[in-house]
Design a protein around this ligand. Structure first.
Ligand code: PLP
Length: 474
């Protein structure tokens, strides 16, 4: 393990805690309150991140489920540096070699029929472009989205999400209608098998479409496997069912593969597991692993042809950024040359089996789900009531904080959100490294177990939301 490389402007190494203190003092952190205690991270290599004190951490969540190829890959660093030396920036109205190359390479790996890419700065703006395009092409307004979904953090994409993070902004954006999720763990009736659950679920969706008025619905926008809202793996046939429903009513099918794309699930894209192609697909994260931010909204031939003579209505100054596209070109080569999609499938199967073995030992684990290296444990107070051990909405639980702290102490950075404990490592991870993470999870889950009915603990308080407070108190 190498020493920390951070230094102050005087060249002296920072005092412990100085980076975090200044980051907190002078910058704002995402989503939650500003009562944060961020880790000081100064270096990354492979599946590991390194703290300012030199400690090594296994990045079990791939940062924000985005660092697919692993940290510090020199091939990407060189590709970006070479591009920036040659041409550091270009206008989004120009043609550049990187733009032409990545457009062509994406058409080769994405589902059949998706042939044109609109490059964005990330997943949020890719989804906004998808929604605008669907409305433009169909002349309809409504967008159907899943109750449990996240499509981005801007006004439009957040309001289109089912995620509770939308609550402060949704009234500003209209014409979003939510559909139920293919969430068999919580929505299947007692004794109902996958096929019966799927048939009932699809009939419910059809009823929503009919009662909303198919002629008013532009698109159905879904994550094929919902990500930050619980890695909900649908029953086989769900995507085909959606495709058929959309085709019956002339609705565009949009897949948000921002999190599930680029090998995360053991195939290039999650929809490849069913061989179902959407009309529009959005990607980001794994397209560059965030080495340089990039997203894309990919259009089918039909949709692309339809906008040939319509004003497209989407564009940002830094779209199609050449540095990001150079990182993407290097990524698309690395996925193939290093067999990362295959590694995600095989090591992912090992991870899922290990998580299932943990579930058998720990009463706090209600469900284990996943595909490839896209996996989650859902923690419950009781296996019969399925009450969430740590509610998705409401104050954080001290026991959840202890679980998180135990993992950090063991050198594992895992993401926890409400009842979901995620395990989504970089696609380069080995089975031995997975085994190390499973050992840390095993120990941390014994803490979660103390809050379950099996340990005689009371159910957690029902989600209690803070009342709006005046923004400034004197
Ligand atoms: N869509 C999905 C499924 C996501 O998980 C995310 C981010 O986590 C987004 C969209 C937004 O992407 P970005 O944060 O790159 O704007």
């Amino acid at each position: 393990m190498s020493a920390a490389t951070a230094s102050t402007s005087t060249g002296a190494p920072p005092a412990p805690g100085d980076i975090a203190a200044r980051a907190r003092r002078f910058t704002i952190y995402e989503w939650g309150t500003q009562r944060v205690d961020p880790l000081e991270i100064v270096r990354g290599k492979g599946v590991y991140l390194y703290g300012s004190d030199g400690r090594e951490y296994l990045d079990l969540n791939s940062l924000s489920m985005s660092m697919n190829i692993g940290h510090g890959d020199e091939r990407v660093v060189r590709a970006v540096a070479d591009q920036m030396t040659e041409l550091a920036c270009a206008s989004p109205f120009m043609a550049t070699p990187a733009r032409a190359d990545v457009g062509e390479m994406l058409a080769a790996v994405t589902p059949a029929g998706l042939t044109k890419a609109f490059f964005t700065n990330g997943g949020t703006d890719a989804n906004e472009a998808a929604v605008r395009t669907a409305r433009l092409v169909t002349g309809r307004r409504k967008i159907l989205t899943r109750r449990r979904s996240y499509h981005g953090g801007s006004l439009g994409s957040l309001a289109a999400s089912g995620d509770p993070r939308r609550w402060p902004v949704e009234s500003g954006v209209t014409d979003v209608v939510r559909i139920p999720d293919p969430y068999a763990y919580r929505r299947a009736l007692p004794g109902e098998d996958d096929a019966a659950f799927l048939a009932r679920h699809l009939a419910e969706l059809e009823e929503i479409v009919e009662l909303e008025g198919p002629h008013t619905i532009a698109a159905l926008l879904v994550e094929p496997i919902t990500g930050s809202n619980g890695i909900i793996v649908p029953p086989d046939g769900w995507l085909a069912g959606l495709r058929a429903l959309c085709d019956r009513y002339g609705i565009l099918l949009v897949f948000d593969e921002v999190m599930s794309g680029f090998g995360r699930t053991g195939r290039w894209f999650a929809c490849d597991h069913e061989g179902v192609a959407p009309d529009i697909m959005t990607v980001a994260k794994g397209i560059t692993s965030g080495y340089v931010p990039l997203g894309a909204c990919l259009l089918s031939d039909d949709v692309a042809t339809a906008i040939d003579d319509l004003p497209f209505g989407s564009g940002l100054t830094y779209n199609a950024h050449v540095a990001a596209l150079a990182a993407a070109r290097a990524h698309l080569e690395i996925y193939r040359s290093d067999g990362l999609i295959e590694n995600s499938a095989t090591v992912g199967a090992h991870l899922l089996a290990g998580l299932r073995a943990l579930a058998a030992r720990h009463p706090s684990v209600g469900d284990v789900r996943g595909r490839g290296l896209f996996t989650v444990l859902e923690l419950v107070h009781d296996p019969v009531t399925k009450v969430e051990l740590f509610p998705l909405v409401g104050p954080t639980s001290p026991v959840a904080d202890q679980v998180r702290a135990a993992l950090v102490d063991a050198g594992v950075l895992a993401s926890m959100r409400g009842p979901f404990l995620f395990a989504n490592p970089p696609l380069i991870i080995t089975t031995a490294q997975v085994d190390g993470a499973l050992t840390a999870l095993d120990a941390a889950l014994t803490i979660a177990d103390t809050a379950t009915s099996a340990a005689g603990a009371a159910p957690p308080p029902h989600s209690t939301l803070p009342h709006p407070a005046p923004w400034r108190t004197r």
